[in-house]
Structure formats: C-alpha cells, structure tokens
Design a protein around this ligand. Structure first.
Ligand code: 5GP
Ligand code: MN
Length: 336
C-alpha cells in the first residue's frame, strides 16, 4: 500500500489516468468518477473516465460526460487506455467483478490502483485506498480525498462540485438515509458554495422522467406489486416482455423498488427483473435488516445493508420462488 505522501508526489506531475466505476453506473458512480475527473484535469493530468457499460440518460448532462468512454462500445480503445495508464482510480466499487470483463484487464496492469469506495468487504487489488463504509456516497469520499487528504480545496471547481453533489444527493436518497450526517450536510454546503446549483441538479435528476417510465412505474405499482404481509415484505416482478412493451431503457427501472419500501410496515422490498442474460434482483430494507446478506448468500451479489443487489442465470419464476422460500429464515428479523 502507498501512503498519501507518495500518491500526492505521483499526482504532482501530469500522468496518464483512467477512472472507472461499477457497471450500470448510478448517480454516485458517475458523480464520483466525473468529480474526480474534473479535479484531475485541472491538475494537468491526461484523465479518461471509462464505464463498463452504458448508464441512464438522467446523468448525461454532468460536466465531462461527453468525454466518457463506454467499455462495451469502444473496447479496443479502452483496453489501450487501461494498459497505458499510470494510475487507475476505481470509484464506488471494491471488487473487480463489478466492472465485468474490464476487471481482469485492470487487474493485470502495472498501474497504481486507487480505490475510493464505501461498500463492505473490499477485494485486495489496490495500492491506495480511501474506504469508509460510513460514508453515504463514494462522492463524499472523493470530496474528502481532494480536500482533506490532498489538501487541494482550491480545485473544488463548479464542475467538481456539481458532480460530487449529484453523487451525494442520489446515494443519500436526497439527504434522508441514515448516513446523511451533519458532516455530509457541511460537505454539501461547501459544494453549493463552490458552485453546485442544488435546485437545478435535483430537477435534472428527479424531474426528468420520460412518459414511458412514469407509465411503467404506474403499471408496476398497480399491477405487479405483491404484498407478502406475513413477512412485512413487498415484491415487484417484471418480465422481459413487459420491459419491451414499455420500451424500457437503462435507468428506467431505477428507484421502482423504493416505492414498495415506502409502504408503512414494510421492512423488505424486492424488485426482480428478467434481463436478456440474467435475472436481476434489487433489494431495499429498513433498519437492521441485512438485504446484502440475502444477496450475497443466495444471488451472487452484495451491497449495503439497506440497498443490495444480485443476479442469477435462472428463470424469473425460479428466482421469485427462491426469494420467497428464503423469507421464513428471516421471519424473526422481518416482523420485529
Ligand atoms: P441496485 O439495486 O440499485 O442495482 O443496487 C443497490 C446496491 O447493491 C448497489 O449500490 C450496489 O452496492 C449493490 N449491488 C447491486 N448489484 C450487485 C451485485 O451484483 N454485486 C454486488 N456485490 N453488489 C451489488
Ligand atoms: Mn455509492
């Protein structure tokens, strides 16, 4: 492991840098990666953000977005950049399997690898780590890296602040999840002072739904919501045919699960969707209930205690049945 003095010395002169984040990036993935990007280019580095897959249009307005490379669309060019990189920053993930086939390309390079993350159980692939599971967002840790570790608050430009604000806003559930501490609010205040237009960012992210997405949400809530009262659990299941019927694109299913969790008394909410290659699960829970444990134990996944996910190669019906058969094991926790 490097120390901050060595990393700081490395970053003192222009370097070839790749920044990457987890597949199907969300607001924090894009916000932390692009926040870091906008910081590094000010310091004169040759930096590129490479995402393993595409991401929701909700985030395509962020500063630096036009420079982002999507690995699956430009694989050859991405591999060249990764292999030529002197430093690779990995934000909002801590296991190379989270960046799909890009993971092994990153693993075998000699680049210095920096992990900036807030998930449990990091894999040991990095040379420097900014890691704190009590951070509400990876973007919070990027802020702390720039301001506290690098001591370069002067580089907190409007572009950096805009990206980091977006990451913190989305991962903290608009500043309402339990990790939204007074420190987070102070950081956010700093970001607004640095030029983040908070009201505009909320509008760009939350008031930019397509008509189809809203109709799909309505359909899920009125036709597809299953209440498992005995287990204080709510479940929404979506087939591939329904995704096609509603013209669902990347990001359209994001957040649907939260509506199921918002029902009074519900402790666990699941959104299970039939994707072309796999069945994907999104779990959300309240309080101490370990949604990530279920995802890790049964669905090749993981995540945070209250927001976790996984994916399996099986039929939708089997995965839904499996999910239901797991619930008795957790009944005590679910009904307390
Ligand atoms: P979502 O339900 O939004 O896809 O994911 C919620 C959270 O669960 C993510 O922020 C991520 O931390 C975690 N997560 C989702 N899918 C996976 C997965 O396949 N593996 C792991 N380890 N974590 C996941
Ligand atoms: Mn995050």
């Amino acid at each position: 492991m490097l120390d901050i003095a060595s990393l700081s010395a490395l970053l003192a002169s222009p370097k070839k840098i790749v920044i990457t984040t987890h597949h199907k990036p969300d607001g924090d993935a894009m916000g932390s990666a692009l926040g870091l990007y906008n910081y590094l280019i000010q310091k004169g580095h040759h930096a590129k953000v490479i995402t393993p897959t595409d991401y929701p249009q909700t985030f395509n307005w962020m500063p630096g977005n036009e420079e982002v490379i999507i690995y699956t669309e430009q694989t050859e060019a991405s591999n060249q950049l990764i292999n030529a990189a002197e430093i690779i920053f990995c934000t909002d993930f801590n296991n190379l399997s989270r960046i799909n086939e890009m993971g092994e390309v990153v693993r075998q390079t000699g680049a210095v690898k920096v992990m900036i993350d807030h998930h449990l159980e990091p894999e040991d692939f990095d040379d420097y780590r900014v890691w704190n599971i009590n951070a509400c967002a990876a973007a919070q840790l990027v802020y702390e890296f720039i301001v506290n570790e690098m001591q370069e608050k002067q580089f907190l430009s409007k572009d950096v602040a805009t990206c980091l604000y977006t990451g913190i806003m989305t991962d903290s559930g608009s500043f309402r999840l339990p990790l939204t501490t007074s420190t987070v609010h102070r950081i956010v205040a700093d970001l607004i002072d640095a030029g983040a237009e908070n009201s505009k960012i909320h509008q760009l992210v939350f008031d930019s739904s397509s008509e189809t997405r809203l109709r799909f949400l309505g359909y899920c809530l009125s036709n597809k919501l299953e209440m498992l009262y005995e287990y204080h659990t709510a479940l929404i299941t979506v087939t591939a045919e329904e995704l096609e019927r509603f013209d669902i694109i990347t990001g359209d299913t994001e957040g649907v699960v939260n509506f199921a969790l918002s029902i009074t008394g519900i402790k666990l909410a699941a959104f299970i969707v039939e994707r072309p290659d796999k069945v994907k699960l999104s779990l959300r829970s309240r309080g101490e209930f370990p949604a990530n444990e279920i995802c890790k134990k049964y669905f090749n996944g993981g995540g945070h205690r209250n927001a976790a996910g996984g994916a399996v190669s099986d039929t939708l019906e089997n995965v839904v049945n499996q999910f239901k058969t797991i619930l008795p094991e957790y009944k005590k926790l679910l009904i307390q």
